[in-house]
Design a protein around this ligand. Sequence first.
Ligand SMILES: [Zn+2]
Length: 151
Amino acid sequence: MDSLNNLIWHDGKFLGVQWSVWKVVGWLGNAVFFSRFFVQWYATEKLKRVVVPTAFWWLSLAGSLLLLSYALFYQRDSVFIFAYAFTWIPYIRNLIIHRRHAAAHLACSQCAKVCPPHSNYCFSCGARIDAALTAKTALGIGAQRSSAARS
Ligand SMILES: [Zn+2]
């Protein structure tokens, strides 16, 4: 028990790390950035095909920004700073593309099921989908339009 305690706390260090606010920021960045791997793996196993959920890009963005701030304000190492200086660009771009794709889904005017973008027919009831009448389902507009089309 004493040796285990010595392993956790030793020379005023917890787990061998001399902790400070920036050490917490850095390790939090590591944890957030690493956790995206489990999110992507879970989503892939669940659907039995390779998928990259939106949460993956949010975790990538948050983790890389935490690590960038750690590199900029604590580490002040050019190699470490450069490693995280530009990674946020593709993460934000992928989040924008995810959002646009979700917003492009179409709601069926007959059954109100949400269909993939560019659908000509509803996958559920087979009704013809008029993209000009139904759009922006992810933002909640399509469902209102489809109910208005029925009346
Ligand atoms: Zn339908």
